[in-house]
Design a protein around this ligand. Structure first.
Ligand code: AMP
Ligand code: TRP
Length: 333
């Protein structure tokens, strides 16, 4: 049995990209593996978060994950800042990772933008904290969207350097699990940018709490081109917006983009968008309803998260104790 770990930032309402690229793949893993899913608030504050909003979004994220099918009886669902092992191990990893490795991270470059001097130090060492998240549980399988591939390579580099420097085989190899036709869902406004909960334009994404009218409007306004749909995927290569919408329909209806094209070949986007809207609404409205229901009982949500953090802590505690021993820290007497 593998141990599975994945995380999601409470930096906004989860999007269709989070759902298709990550969350949806987590649900069936609960029955086959020992799973931990973490709401990574320490990662979220690497860019500014309004405190009241962060608090609300953390509960919203928990409600959404439960509504999508994570079951606290079959997985460990918890909040990162509730388990101090993450921050402690991250510090040790700050001292293992090399500046040269962090300098290669494309997500830092994207998120820091032009004014790199003004980015937080936390944003820079973000991947070290992510490595700590996974390795505090010695997890070996990490289901994520395609954008996290480079971070997982870095996590493996950290694990190997730690093992090498301290003469041990303590940390296992991490295998990324990047799956599905929708490992990369793109913005509805720009087919070359990923759909993101932190994009300034709400029109660029479908949020999992969007109602039917909002979904319909966003899809109707989604950028496309004037050509009808072709019969083959290769013909969509230079049409990123069209390819994205085809990929989304394939993912929510559980088929391949090739089959979507076969069925809709020659159609214009007017008709295609109606089909897409219908499929999205059918898929997302039960999730939205359940999420709204769960949010009405904040104490129950908080209690479920507290139980999750207790279970997570019980796994991480002995791992961290062994790391401290390997590093040569004096045991607390
Ligand atoms: P984040 O929103 O950055 O916390 O990401 C949480 C999870 O969703 C990660 O596994 C990401 O790889 C995945 N993810 C985020 N945005 C997308 C997207 N546009 N397409 C596919 N997966 C995504
Ligand atoms: N960096 C991930 C993202 O933004 C979230 C994350 C934090 C994560 N820690 C993790 C994902 C550990 C997988 C494993 O998408």
């Amino acid at each position: 049995m593998h141990r599975v770990f994945s995380g999601i930032q409470p930096s906004g309402v989860p999007t269709l990209g989070n759902y298709l690229g990550a969350i949806r793949n987590w649900v069936p893993m609960q029955d086959r593996h020992d799973c931990l899913f973490c709401i990574v608030d320490l990662h979220a504050i690497t860019v500014w978060q309004e405190p009241a909003q962060l608090l609300a979004q953390t509960r919203e994220m928990a409600a959404t994950l439960l509504a999508c099918g994570l079951d606290p009886k079959r997985c460990v669902l918890f909040v990162q800042s509730h388990v101090t092992a993450h921050a402690e191990l991250a510090w040790i990893f700050n001292c293992v990772a090399r500046l040269g490795w962090l300098n290669r991270m494309t997500q830092f470059k994207d998120k820091a933008g032009k004014d790199r001097e003004a980015a937080s130090a936390g944003l820079y060492v973000y991947p070290n904290l992510m490595a700590a998240d996974i390795l505090a549980y010695k997890a070996t399988s990490v289901p994520v969207g395609d954008d996290q591939r480079q971070h997982l390579e870095l996590a493996n580099d950290i694990a190997q350097k730690f093992n090498h420097d301290y003469g041990t085989e303590f940390f296992p190899r991490i295998e990324p699990f990047i799956q599905g036709v929708a490992a990369r869902v793109m913005s509805l406004r720009d087919g070359t940018k990923k759909m993101s909960k932190s994009d300034p334009s709400d029109q660029s994404r479908i949020n999992l709490n969007d109602d039917t009218d909002t979904i319909a409007l966003k899809i109707r306004r989604a950028r496309t081109d004037a050509e009808p749909l072709p019969g083959h995927l290769a013909q969509l290569e230079s049409r990123p917006e069209a390819r994205n919408l085809v990929g989304i329909l394939a993912a929510v209806t559980g088929t391949l983009p090739e089959n979507v094209l076969r069925e809709h070949e020659g159609q214009g986007f007017g008709a295609f968008k109606e089909v897409l809207t219908e499929a999205l609404v059918a898929h997302l409205s039960p999730i939205r309803a359940e999420m709204l229901r769960l949010l009405q009982d904040a104490p129950a949500l908080d209690a479920a998260l507290r139980q999750g953090s207790e279970r997570a802590e019980a796994i991480a505690r002995p791992v961290l104790a062994e790391v401290k021993r390997l590093v040569g820290f004096l045991p607390r007497g």
